[in-house]
Design a protein around this ligand. Sequence first.
Ligand SMILES: NC(=O)c1ccc[n+]([C@@H]2O[C@H](COP(=O)([O-])OP(=O)(O)OC[C@H]3O[C@@H](n4cnc5c(N)ncnc54)[C@H](O)[C@@H]3O)[C@@H](O)[C@H]2O)c1
Ligand SMILES: [Zn+2]
Length: 368
Amino acid sequence: MIHRQIDVALGDRSYPIYFGKGFGSSFAPTCQQHGIPERIVILTDSNVAHHYLDPIEKNLRHFKFSVSSIVIPPGEHQKSLSRANQIYTQLLKEGVGRKSAIVALGGGVVGDLAGFVAATYQRGVTLVQVPTTLLAQVDSSVGGKVAVNHPLGKNMIGSFFQPRFVWIDADTLSTLPAREVVCGLGEVAKYGVVFDAEFFAYLETNLERIQQLDPELMLTVQARCCELKAHVVSEDEREQGLRIVLNYGHTVGHALEAAGSYRVLKHGEAVLLGMAAESFIARELGLLPPGDHERIMKLVQRFPLRFGKNSFAPARVLAALTRDKKSIDGKARFVLPVRLGEVQVVDEVGSPVVRASLRQLADVFGTK
Ligand SMILES: NC(=O)c1ccc[n+]([C@@H]2O[C@H](COP(=O)([O-])OP(=O)(O)OC[C@H]3O[C@@H](n4cnc5c(N)ncnc54)[C@H](O)[C@@H]3O)[C@@H](O)[C@H]2O)c1
Ligand SMILES: [Zn+2]
């Protein structure tokens, strides 16, 4: 049963996000309702395939869809042009034509890669997102940003390509490793600081139950995040303005990920640390009241985030900051909180305050 629906309003490209639990049996009928072509290719990774591929294939076949699947290994490095090319080859060999659909069954890696392939294969085929990580359910599956990585930078090759619908089954979270739950909650907390002080307070009150994936609370959390993301995307699909605010925590976060060569921190963990650092910067610049800074720090500290004190040489982090694709003329752009629920874009942040924020991260979260 579908428990809830949120719409992303984008004119004739509008689409629904469906929320439920154990509602696998309604997937194929929903595909029919949306006029999804009969020929479907499911793209997934081996971890997700192990749990969820069989039932979704069976459900689709039962409703007379012609289904094949491509299972890739898990991991960020799969988001590459060479992997995309292998997938194109397989699609061509199987004779998959323009009137077909790709179902992205997995986390953000599968979603971004499958979306990129769907956007480009034969100039575009139908895309359905079935996100299975918390991060993908509250963030990456909604909004149509699709991409692969380039050796010189993450998400450097990509496009905007919206799915026909998004299918969020909270039951898939039951098999998600705890570290991935933390990553998803990084993006969740971000929505609170950026848009919604009440939601932030809800997280403060309920964080432990949410970390344990209490089903009642999860639906509230997923739906609120998707509502906020849907609003941003419908206002600013191509990130010309408003959508940039979703980068709170990401300027320092991306730099930390890069400085650790993408091995030390996962994306969501880096975002949490980035949120801590950027709220420190905001406080130092006199933008954020100390009390709000403290609440953000306290929330971030409730997550299991630890790294070696010397994992991130400040020089490497600062160099990564100026390489960020959102930087302008080598100057990093910061989205800084001015109070819980409101942020401001700031282009001029001096490196001494950034260095100080990195020292504070090492003091608070660094081990040894
Ligand atoms: N397009 C966007 O707007 C957007 C936004 C944020 C992040 N992203 C991208 O998302 C990616 C990160 O996504 P992610 O955090 O979902 O990582 P991921 O896709 O690598 O998934 C994390 C791990 O969990 C496993 N997994 C997935 N679902 C599972 C389940 N239900 N049970 C057990 N294991 C499961 C995967 O196999 C993988 O090992 C990054 O590449 C990032 O750039 C994109
Ligand atoms: Zn993110």
